[in-house]
Design a protein around this ligand. Sequence first.
Ligand SMILES: [Zn+2]
Length: 230
Amino acid sequence: MVPPGKAPHGCGRLTGLTLLPFALPLPINYDFSPAMATSNFMRCDGCGQAASPEHIARRLQRLEWTTRFRPIHIGALLLGAFPPEIDSEFMYAAPAVFEGEAARVLDALGLRQAGKASDAVLSDFQRRGLLLVHVLECPPAAGAASPVPLQTLLEQQLPAMFTRVRRSLKPRRVVLASGALEPLTGRIAEGDLGCPVVLDNGKPFALEAVDPGPAILRLRTALAEPASIL
Ligand SMILES: [Zn+2]
């Protein structure tokens, strides 16, 4: 005999059990908002900008091009602010004719010669232990498509750049090779890069200046110093 109010042991009747009414909570909405469901928003690791699949593909293409001519031991890492949008100006794209930044850097080092194939020019650059990279791995979005000022993008990307230089590239030294990096000179020079930072009288070598001749001469002198070939 089961006393009133108690359930029997084992299977049996549920006599006396009090079933409390309860309500299932509404399913939790894990931030599955319509905006997130319909957009492909991604932030690019290489530049911090919102990135479309095309943006990511272009970044990977530039990395692939650059890797072809990366020296095993980097004597001097030439650092620019951001890569050019146009492939013929991106040195490692090995265009038939180097233009823009690619032409400036190669001319500064006296490496661009008429009739010499692009791959041969880049192999020469590589043999000298030189590598050109940029703080931003992608060009800043132009005009209204760029909600973040370039200066902010560069500053945001500095820690990632420091890590890339220190852990992956490990150059003998870093040469600031763009006047656009001037506002960041102090932070880069004092950053933990694991190697000296070569400057032009306390500033970057402004190769894109109207008259870059004097800066080019000083850059060649700096690169010819023994530290670059150790
Ligand atoms: Zn990017």
